[in-house]
Design a protein around this ligand. Structure first.
Ligand code: WTA
Length: 652
């Protein structure tokens, strides 16, 4: 019998026959894209409309100390005009956005390209009337409502730089981001319904601004109509401001390398960093990957279930699909409300053709059995996608068999906030898939596997090591907001001449890539990136905590769970109540997604004689694998390990 990982699933002839890219085309285009990168992107850069066409394609330097990444640098464009105006002639009355609310009983909305144009122009004029100018930063802290897309595109239209903060983040996390990017305006809503519960987002914004050094104005979308605290002079209702502005707003001419957005993401050290994406290359890359990875054809209904607070929502709810003139579905709710059939009910209701979600959602729904899926007619589905973390073959098979009825190719897309779009992914009409593998590089992408220690490139096809990229692609991040040195230190220092992804991987005999997970101190909880350092600094900010170390451990649904070792201040008694207090504290400091799943009281932490915490040991204990701790002889106090093993929290 074949090992599970060796089974391949080639596209059917029927699928390949109508696909944009079949295997021969992929091979040919991929070869062209790496043999003549400039020529390739000169051609594909034309897929968007330029105000002033570019004459330079690529100007990239990956040398540590001197890193600089520019694509199409002398071209000018407007991203919003590419996502809206250029479609008005041929598809003005086509639905651009289908919005499905949290409550099944509330009506869905269908927003045409014409309507989108009017909404975005008005929104842009409101921002202008608040004094927002080209280059200013606007923080968006909204639920998944159409105004989130309008706000993004309104910023793009006037050249303001948006920074979306996921509405699940706490006031403190929001305050840090407002300060870091020095936001002029924060856009929020009164309330945010999600899974039948309502969060008072406006209240979070009030608290955030109280803590922040900056003093932005606040623009409020009326979503729920609930009572909110109001600060006169600072706060403005969107619907009131919109009464006084025109529904026409000329798009600004923007340089290809002007920033489009900042998106904060977690790294292995310090506070979250502001990933900067610019306008031209990002849009070309988001649009092209959207079309080819999902084999999107005109008229298809595309649904990406991510939140716009994450990069997946930026590239594959808003920018990629709208640049392609697609119909994109935006869902306010959660997969399990009112029940575990919600995703499939929405697929049936709106006749979704491409469906894109995270392995954690698939695993959670798989746990509810097949009945909630089988109740619905899913015959409209053509392609299924996953993103955010490695998918285990069991979940892949369930997705393939129960959701896709073995008819729909699965695209397991590997990429990052930093990469702007897919780097490793099957193309559904071209690539034979293997459950659990993100398969092969997208056009222009040059993955390499390096030996982790030596940094030597492994030339053999079969390889295991760290995943780096040997050259740039148009969607690559350009810098860390306000800290180019940190950009270079994070991605270009350890392995000279390469972009270092932070992921480990294996390349099999067919040249397929298998992501093995992060090799740094970043963990991936339900597809959300979390820096262990962030959770640690939240914990030690609590008055009863002396020291904390946080690691990931395997979690059946979430992929990884958060395991915290906590050393209490002298005289503080451990208790379950204190565990809850600390969990709630982290929730309050960062947000619910950062809440530790397990907290172990640690009288001491294993440290080297120079005082460095030995995380390898803590990981093994958290993984319930204390027999393979390896060498502990270099520890300052080897006996602390025995206590940690004896009292470990994960025995599963
Ligand atoms: C992980 C999300 C395995 C990986 C778009 C990466 C994946 C991090 C996959 C980026 C995948 C993402 N298979 N692992 N298909 N997709 N990852 O920035 O560890 O939120 O480095 O971007 O998620 O997470 P981020």
């Amino acid at each position: 019998m074949l090992d599970e990982s060796e089974k391949t699933y080639p596209p059917s002839d029927a699928f390949a026959g109508t696909a944009h890219i079949d295997k021969a085309t992929y091979d040919e285009m991929y070869a062209a894209s790496v043999n003549d990168t400039e020529g390739f992107w000169a051609e594909h850069g034309k897929r968007i409309d330029w105000i002033k066409p570019f004459t330079k394609v690529k100007d990239v330097n990956f040398d540590y100390g001197d890193v600089s990444i520019k694509w199409f640098e002398d071209g000018t464009l407007n991203v919003a005009a590419n996502c809206i105006d250029r479609h008005l002639k041929d598809r003005g009355t086509q639905t651009a956005i289908i919005w499905e609310p949290d409550e099944d009983g509330e009506d869905a909305q269908h927003i045409t390209y014409q309507q989108l144009h009017a909404h975005v122009c008005k929104f842009a004029n409101v921002l202008k009337s608040m004094g927002v100018e080209k280059g200013d930063r606007v923080v968006i802290y909204l639920p998944m409502i159409p105004q989130a897309a309008y706000a993004m595109l309104a910023c793009a239209r006037i050249g303001a730089v948006h920074s979306i903060v996921f509405a699940g983040f706490s006031p403190d996390a929001l305050a840090n981001r407002i300060d870091d990017c020095r936001a002029k305006v924060v856009i929020t809503s009164d309330g945010a319904p999600r899974g039948g519960r309502v969060t008072n987002l406006k209240d979070n914004v009030n608290q955030a601004i109280n803590h922040a050094a900056e003093d932005p104005q606040v623009l409020v979308v009326k979503r729920t109509g609930q009572q909110i605290a109001w600060v006169d002079g600072r706060d403005h209702w969107l619907h009131e401001m919109e009464q006084d502005v025109s529904d026409q707003c000329e798009p600004e001419e923007i340089g290809a390398e002007d920033p489009l957005f900042i998106l904060y993401t977690s790294g292995s050290t310090g506070k979250p960093k502001g990933v900067v994406h610019t306008s031209g290359g990002y849009l070309v890359y988001a649009a092209m990957t959207h079309q080819y990875t999902f084999d999107y054809h005109d008229g298809d209904i595309f649904w990406c279930t991510a939140d716009v607070g994450w990069v997946t929502g930026h590239s594959y709810i808003v920018y990629g699909p709208l640049a392609n003139g697609a119909t994109t579905l935006m869902f306010e709710g959660v997969p399990t409300y009112p029940d575990a059939g919600r995703f499939w009910q929405v697929c049936e209701k709106h006749k979704v053709n491409q469906f894109y979600t995270a392995p954690t959602a698939i695993r959670a729904l798989m746990g509810k059995g097949n009945e909630p899926v089988e109740k619905y007619d899913l015959s409209s589905l053509k392609v299924l996608g996953t993103v955010g973390e490695p998918i285990n073959p069991e979940a892949w098979n369930w997705y393939n068999e129960v959701v896709g009825k073995e008819r729909c190719p699965i695209v397991d897309t590997w990429w990052q906030t930093e990469t702007g779009g897919h780097l490793l992914t099957p193309l559904p009409g071209a690539t034979a898939t293997k459950p659990g593998s993100a398969t092969l590089p997208f056009f222009g992408v040059q993955p390499v596997v390096l030996e982790a220690e030596s940094g030597k490139e492994i030339e053999e096809t079969e390889a295991e090591g760290v995943l780096c990229l040997a050259d740039s692609w148009p969607g690559q991040m350009r810098t860390v907001w306000g800290d180019h040195q940190r950009f270079m230190d994070t991605y270009f220092q350890q392995y000279k001449g390469y972009y270092f992804s932070g992921d480990g991987c294996r390349r099999d005999k067919d040249g397929y890539y298998w992501i093995t997970g992060r090799v740094d101190d970043v963990i991936n909880v339900s597809g959300h990136r979390m820096g262990t350092a962030e959770v640690e600094s939240a914990l030690v900010a609590h008055a009863k905590v002396a020291e904390a170390a946080v690691v990931g451990y395997p979690h059946e649904i979430k992929g990884q769970g958060i395991y915290a070792y906590v050393t209490l201040m002298g005289g503080v008694e451990p208790s379950d109540a204190l565990r809850k207090e600390l969990s709630d504290w982290v929730r309050h400091e960062i947000g619910p997604i950062a809440k530790p799943d397990l907290i172990q009281w640690a009288p001491g932490l294993p440290k080297t004689r120079s005082g460095k915490i030995m995380r390898r040991i803590l990981r093994k204990i958290a993984e319930n694998d204390p027999d393979s701790l390896g060498d502990t002889s270099t520890l300052a106090e080897p006996q602390v390990v025995d206590d940690l093993i004896e009292n470990r929290m994960n025995r599963g």
